[in-house]
Design a protein around this ligand. Structure first.
Ligand SMILES: NC(=O)c1ccc[n+]([C@@H]2O[C@H](COP(=O)([O-])OP(=O)(O)OC[C@H]3O[C@@H](n4cnc5c(N)ncnc54)[C@H](O)[C@@H]3O)[C@@H](O)[C@H]2O)c1
Length: 145
């Protein structure tokens, strides 16, 4: 018996790296997983590899419309949404003097607004499911000045 039997999770940034591995662990523990990313080919390949309890959907975490479609898709395909993992993020390593404003704005849009939109979009579905969990992946980079 898995720790996540009967649960459904939506994982952003699921096409590679930690997100793909989180998806693998969740499926191994019995969950259904909707992997979301902007890397469609890689995301589809991961979902195919994980089998029937995984599916892939294009979701740009900066888009409220994409979020609404993804939450609806998780409920439609798997019956309910219990877990949101806000894993997608980008790194733009540059000093403040060198970094263009538009790069910094994009980091904020993906890493901060993306999480906020995810929580905002998923909360009604988690309530409909009778409760759930939101996991916001962070980094020590967020705690060190
Ligand atoms: N790998 C590490 O050592 C490490 C350390 C600290 C924190 N983290 C955190 O773990 C998480 C995953 O990191 P990773 O190393 O696997 O990174 P990664 O770059 O390999 O994966 C991030 C994924 O997010 C996706 N993504 C980027 N922009 C997106 C957008 N607008 N909409 C949807 N998806 C988008 C990318 O396509 C990619 O698949 C991040 O939140 C990161 O901050 C990782």
């Amino acid at each position: 018996m898995g720790q996540l039997d009967g649960k459904t999770a939506l994982i952003t940034g699921g096409a590679r790296g930690q997100g793909a591995n989180e998806a693998r662990v969740f499926v191994d523990e019995g969950a259904n997983v909707l992997l979301c990313d902007i890397l469609d080919e890689a995301g589809r390949a991961v979902a195919t590899d994980l089998g029937d309890r995984a599916a892939y959907l294009h979701l740009d975490v900066r888009s409220q419309e994409d979020w609404e479609r993804a939450v609806a898709s998780a409920e439609e395909r798997f019956g309910a949404l219990h877990i949101l993992v806000n894993n997608a993020a980008i790194l733009s390593p540059a000093s403040i003097e060198e970094q263009p404003l538009e790069d910094y704005m994009n980091v904020v849009a993906v890493n901060q607004i993306g999480c906020w939109l995810g929580m905002k979009s998923a909360l009604p579905a988690l309530r409909r499911a009778g409760g759930g969990s939101i996991v916001n992946i962070s980094s020590v980079g967020g705690m060190l000045a």
